[in-house]
Ligand binder design. Structure first.
Ligand SMILES: [Zn+2]
Length: 62
């Protein structure tokens, strides 16, 4: 097996507990999963901060 993906934002390694990100999670207000794309890997916690941070305070919390 290859090395697990690492969150480009916080450096956390992906575990078996990390489910995949889906836009439906945002729409439905559910827990946010792990994003994995051509532009990088972002863990659920970071995705949640990024998505909810931007929605709630205009993304000024950096
Ligand atoms: Zn992270």
């Amino acid at each position: 097996m290859s090395a697990p993906p690492v969150c480009t934002n916080c450096g956390r390694e992906r575990t078996a507990d990390d489910f995949n990100y889906s836009p439906a999670q945002v729409i439905l207000g559910r827990a946010i999963g792990w994003y994995s794309g051509d532009d990088g890997e972002i863990c659920g916690q970071c995705m949640e901060k990024i998505i909810r941070g931007e929605l709630l305070d205009g993304g000024d919390r950096k």
